[in-house]
Design a protein around this ligand. Structure first.
Ligand SMILES: [Zn+2]
Length: 300
């Protein structure tokens, strides 16, 4: 795995500050594995602009980042998506298995202590978005953020609490080690998919990748920044919106949602921060040649 520390990436929207906290970034997936419908022809068509920043020219693997975003408003500190976590048993997902990432050190470097987090939001409940919900302390999984309310979209929770749906995704015990302890601690709160945390931060349903997948919107009152979760895993999906990831639960809805998302935000000033785009992870959607491209922020 590659770098796990790096410069602080921070964006400001009026009085709101958004800071990226990296867990890790690595060339990780073959394009045809993460996007099963990506033919060799499709990859070749886009190779020139994907390399070297989004696709490693040596291995041919797509580069993925795993990060949280800390949103600081005048009233609250909100942590969005909690990556894969440390010490988790993930024998079927080895990229997350028994890791020891300096995530909490990176959070500290971003100027934030776990006690300061008021809200934890997960765009959806896949294993790589809930890991730091908990940490291992004296052999028990305890909430990493002791003062936070963890907000889960009710539709998302209701889906993944069914063992059969979880088993179709993975038999790794992420529900047991990263979700149940939050429920049992009394810190979880099930909310609607259009819940407003305050007048500057709210969530919206953008369903399909998972049944209760939400985006987190920062704005006042118009959206300025959208944390788009896993609507797109790689910039290739901007150019080829019909390509799903191998993790999309509802293939047709995921495609329709992705296209609607791209059409909604293309050529607007709204900054988009997907959950896995490589550093610096933020940018804008632009129309290009009958489809779209992702223009990464090059602020630093
Ligand atoms: Zn993900």
């Amino acid at each position: 795995m590659n770098a796990t520390t790096g410069p602080i990436y921070r964006w400001r929207v009026g009085e709101v500050e958004i800071t990226r906290v990296l867990e890790f970034e690595a060339a990780l997936f073959e394009p045809a594995v993460i996007h099963p419908e990506a033919s060799p022809e499709i990859i070749e068509r886009h190779r020139a602009w994907l390399e070297p920043t989004s696709m490693d020219p040596v291995s041919g693997l797509m580069i993925f980042a795993f990060h949280s975003m800390v949103i600081k408003t005048p009233r609250a500190t909100i942590l969005v998506d909690t990556c894969s976590g440390n010490d988790k048993e993930r024998p079927h997902k080895l990229r997350y298995h028994r890791k020891n990432w300096p995530y909490l050190a990176n959070l500290a470097a971003a100027g934030c202590a776990p006690e300061e987090i008021d809200f934890v939001l997960c765009t959806h409940l896949h294993a790589d978005h809930v890991g730091w919900n908990t940490r291992l302390l004296n052999g028990r999984w305890v909430p990493t953020f002791p003062n936070a309310r963890y907000l889960f979209a009710r539709e998302e929770w209701d889906y993944w609490r069914v063992a059969e749906w979880r088993a179709a995704y993975t038999t790794d015990p992420y529900y047991e080690d990263s979700l149940l302890p939050i429920m049992e601690s009394g810190q979880a709160e099930l909310v609607a998919t259009d819940y407003a945390l305050d007048d500057r931060v709210w969530i919206e349903p953008w369903l399909g990748h998972t049944p209760g997948h939400i985006c987190v919107v920062v704005g006042c009152p118009q959206p300025s920044v959208v944390l788009s979760g896993d609507i797109m895993h790689t910039p290739l999906q901007c150019a080829e919106p019909a390509l799903n990831s191998c993790f999309c639960v509802d293939a047709e809805m995921a495609r329709a949602t992705r296209r609607r998302f791209l059409e909604t935000f293309a050529d607007t000033p709204v900054m988009i921060i997907p959950a896995h785009f490589r550093t610096p992870s933020a940018g804008w959607i632009r129309s290009y040649d009958g489809s779209f491209r992702f223009h990464f922020d090059c602020l630093r």
